[in-house]
Structures are given as C-alpha cells and as structure tokens.
Write a protein that binds this ligand. Structure first.
Ligand code: MG
Ligand code: MG
Length: 263
C-alpha cells in the first residue's frame, strides 16, 4: 500500500532527510586514506543522536532477521551496497559508498553518496559521475502523472549508454514512517509502464551501477552485496517528494559538495 503524505508530513520528511545530508557532510570531512569505516559510522551515529534522531540502519533486520550492526552502510570498491563498517583503513584510490538513514519525529530520511579516497582512477571517477547524473535524470522523471518505469528507463538508458551495469536485485523504495514502504523503485524499466506517480508520494531513488557486469553475489554475513567480477560499483541516493511539477529533493548533497569543494 502506498501512503500519500500531507504537506505537514513532507515537512517532517524534509527535516529527517536534511539531517541525513548534514551527517553525510560530517562523514565527507573524514574521508581520506587511513580512516576506517568504523570511525565513519561512529562519528555519524554520534552526530545523528546529538541531533535528536535515531540511526535507522542500526538494528534493521534483513530477510533472515539478522540485524545490521551500524548506523552507516559503507561499501568499498566492489561492494555495491550494505557493506558493514570495519577496522580496515581506506586506501588511496578506493571509493566508498556511504548510505545513511535517520528517524526523526516519526519520519525517515535516506540518502547515499559515493566518495573518492584520494586520487581515483579516471574510469572509476567517470562511473561515479555517470551514476550521479543518472540519479538526477531519474528525479527529472519523478513527476505526478508519470510512471515508475519512466524513472527506471531514465536511469538505465543513461548508465547503459556508458557501458555500465544496472543492478536489478536491489531497488529504490517508498519511504515515510517506515524506511521501506511501497512501491519498489527499480533503476530499470519501460517508459509509460508501472505505478503512476501521485502528488504526496515520497520515494528514494538510488541507482546502484557497476563498472563491469551487473551480476552480484551476497557476502556470508547476510548483508554485503558485491559485484561478481569484483569491479567497482557506485551508489547515489536521494529521497524525493512527488509534486505536481518538479519533484522536491528532500535530502541534499550540499553539505557533502561544500566539504569536497564542489560548490
Ligand atoms: Mg539508503
Ligand atoms: Mg534507500
């Protein structure tokens, strides 16, 4: 069942998502060779709690009931999503996808950004650039009256035109009082097909794109998702509210881009 949000509820969603954006900004300040993903999640969790919110990912169960142990998913290089933070230092040339969720005043925020650690190979930098572009192309299609297939088509065609793989097994989602609500929001699809978008729907759009083939495999921990060919993968995510015209992006990369000097 898809829950349409009132303007008041969307205001609460905005606050939760802005906190996610600020948390990713705090994480951005720390990303450099030598830092561990455990340090990133520790700082993020403290920041989220200091701001009166709950880090939603911590304790979130997978299909088998295994709780995720940390506030952030940190997915390094060939890890696509759901990487569990650890004590291994990041190295020059790595990429790390950081996914963050908060629960604030009863509503959820969810956003992800893939960071470069020091100097990264040009072909990997281009994967990040194209994945982020595909997120915004998807958001352009997130307009009342259009369909989920329009979003998926926009993401898929952009990424595949660069020869990249579009992961099928994991998708975006509705979001609100629950982190994952209906509908599923695939990063692939046919124009004009799928659930019609309505004003008040809130969805997380999150392309998961691979440099090589789109095949994945699960780690033994029940969480980590890696590319089968061990080539790098990128993940960018925004939570958006469907409006009559252009979607409102409730989350933000502004804090991250400021730290990275892109603004
Ligand atoms: Mg996420
Ligand atoms: Mg999500």
């Amino acid at each position: 069942m898809i829950f349409l949000k009132t303007d008041e509820e969307i205001a609460l969603m905005r606050a939760a998502n802005q906190l996610v954006g600020r948390t990713l900004g705090e994480v951005a300040k720390l990303i450099k060779p030598g830092v561990t993903t455990n340090e990133l999640t520790r700082v993020a969790e403290e920041f989220i709690r200091d701001n009166g919110a709950i880090p939603t990912f911590k304790g979130y169960p997978n299909q088998d009931g295994v709780p995720f142990p940390a506030a952030l998913c940190t997915s390094v290089n060939e890890m696509v999503v759901h990487g569990i933070p650890n004590d291994e230092p990041l190295k020059e040339g790595d990429i790390v996808s950081v996914d963050c969720g908060t629960l604030l005043d009863g509503f959820n925020g969810d956003s992800a950004y893939t960071f470069c650690v020091g100097e990264v190979a040009p072909e990997v930098r281009n994967l990040l650039k194209v994945t982020k572009e595909s997120l915004y192309l998807g958001i352009e299609q997130a307009v009342a009256g259009k369909r989920l297939g329009d979003i998926g088509y926009a993401v898929q065609t952009h990424c595949e035109s660069h020869g990249y793989g579009v992961v099928r097994e994991f998708v975006g989602h509705g979001i609100g009082r629950e982190m994952h609500e209906d509908p599923c929001v695939p990063n692939y699809g046919k124009r004009g097909y799928g659930t019609q978008l309505k004003k008040g729907m809130c969805i997380a759009i999150e392309p998961m794109i691979t440099l090589g083939t789109r095949q994945i495999r699960m780690d033994m921990d029940g969480w980590g998702v890696r590319t089968r060919d061990l080539k790098p993968a990128a993940h960018f995510e925004h939570t958006v509210a469907i409006c009559q015209g252009k979607a409102e992006i409730l989350s933000t990369f502004d804090y991250v881009e400021e730290v990275l000097g892109n603004k």
